[in-house]
Design a binder for this molecule. Structure first.
Ligand code: S3P
Length: 451
């Protein structure tokens, strides 16, 4: 895909449903009593992998495409016919989480409570990602879970059964690990207390309590965030609407700020404070960003966002700010290259174990485009070129054109596409199919904004 520099971006986008929330709605719906109706479900490859796994576990799930009736409407409604906590059946084949870390890690928590054996695997990228982080707590809870590899990677074999509540201090701030342990906690004999080094996204906690689970947040003595889940409740199917994904909105936030003479409105974006790091960074960098029409969608806050072309300044990003923007660091790095002054990113070692080693890939690609950037163990320092350069298409003097290999990583493909909008020459992204992981219509939505 060849991305040409743009003169301006104008208009509005309704970004697709939140990926994290879509996965969780399917999983909680599956283990609830009664039906769950999900509006605004993200019909992307990752979330479809969750549906596929759940169907193989005996759950009936109907996906209704809105655009069968209205070509303008690309959203989907999903009905999950809940089986209750103990109604899943042993799958005949190995489950395939494909590219989705959320599918494998959250589902493992549920499988840990089932009285049968499941094998679960994934694609080439997912097979490289660390699973020790879930093997350890689930084993402590009494689940038999093992990897067939020396590096504790996929495939996993999980034989569930009676579990014990544990107190678990995770070394990583990971919502996938937290959610895995909380879901297993539904099946334990005693309460489970999960403590994390910094607060990761809390969609599982919010949704679990909406479905009737008994849990509460509890900070530990050192001030670390934690959650206690009490077993023994029945989950009840719900009707819910998935907010737009702020991680998908992030590309248009950046595009609107960086492209000249631009204004973009993004409708219905989830702004949960465990996800809104990108908004905080944009404000710290001096970007023009307004959140209007702030409201609640179930237990999740949403807003419409308006962004305008802005001159940005460099900033420092680290510590507890990392989890609420972990998936946005590739696009933040692109913004940083266009800012005045240096941007320092630290404490982001988790980026090395995402769909690709994102730290390495960001540094290599920015360098290839002519940006001065230094990789550190857990981050990078980006020398911003400033936007003093004339704001004329093809004359910004920030990125030169070139060819970028996104390494089958959707977030790299979209982040470097945005760089292409403000580069001096076109940027070709080799193989953009990977955007289907989280945002199948990304390029159509982008094209509609191009003046
Ligand atoms: C996710 C949590 C994050 C994030 C991923 C989705 C989730 O991963 O990067 O895209 O839905 O829980 P970690 O929990 O590993 O940080």
């Amino acid at each position: 895909m060849k991305i040409e520099p743009v003169r301006a971006l104008r208009g509005s986008v309704t970004v697709p449903g939140d990926k994290s929330i879509s996965h969780r709605a399917i999983m909680l719906g599956a283990i609830s009593e009664g039906d769950t109706r999900i509006e605004g479900f993200l019909r992307s490859a990752d979330c479809l992998a969750t549906i596929d796994c759940m169907r193989r576990l005996g759950v009936m799930i109907d996906v209704i495409d809105r655009n069968e009736y209205d070509p303008e409407d690309t959203s989907s409604v999903v009905i999950v016919r809940g089986k209750g906590l103990h109604g899943l059946r042993e799958p005949r084949q190995t489950l395939d989480a494909m590219n989705s870390g959320t599918t494998v890690r959250l589902l493992s928590g549920i499988l840990a409570g089932q009285p049968f054996t499941t094998q679960i695997t994934g694609d080439r990228s997912l097979k490289k990602r660390p699973m020790k982080r879930i093997i350890q707590p689930l084993s402590e809870m009494g689940c038999r879970i093992s990897s067939q590899t020396a590096t504790d990677t996929l495939p996993l074999t999980i034989t569930g059964g009676e579990l014990h509540g544990i107190q678990y201090r995770s070394a990583v701030a990971s919502a996938q690990v937290k959610s895995c342990v909380l879901l297993a906690g539904l099946y334990a004999q005693e309460p489970t207390y999960y403590i994390e080094p910094a607060l990761s996204r809390n969609h599982t906690e919010l949704m679990l309590s909406a479905f009737g689970a008994n849990l509460k947040t509890k900070t530990d003595r050192e001030g670390r965030p934690g959650v206690i889940i009490y077993p023994g409740t029945i989950l009840r199917g719900q009707s819910l609407t998935v907010p737009g994904d702020i991680s998908s909105a992030a590309y248009f936030i950046a595009a609107g700020l960086l492209a000249p003479h631009s204004e973009i409105t993004l409708y219905n974006v989830g702004i949960n404070e465990t996800r809104d790091g990108i908004l905080r960074v944009v404000r710290a960098m001096g970007g023009s960003l307004r959140a209007v029409n702030v409201r609640m969608e179930g237990r999740e806050p949403v807003a419409d966002l308006i962004v305008r072309s802005s001159s940005l300044t460099g900033t420092t990003i680290g510590g507890s700010l990392i989890p609420p923007l972990i998936d946005e660091l590739p696009i933040i790095a692109v913004m940083a290259a266009c800012a005045e002054g240096d941007t320092v990113i630290r404490d982001a070692g988790e980026l090395r174990v995402k769909e690709s080693d994102r730290l390495k890939a960001i540094v290599e690609n920015l360098t290839a485009l002519g940006v001065t950037v230094r990789e550190t163990e857990t981050g990078m320092v980006i020398e911003g070129k400033g936007v003093k350069a004339r704001r004329r298409p093809g004359r910004m003097g920030i990125f030169k054109g070139g060819v970028i290999d996104p390494l089958d990583d959707h977030r790299l493909a979209m982040a470097f596409s945005v760089a292409g909008l403000v580069a001096d020459d076109p940027i070709t992204i080799t193989n953009t199919d990977c955007v289907g992981i989280s945002y199948p219509d990304f390029y159509e939505d982008l094209a509609a904004l191009t003046v």
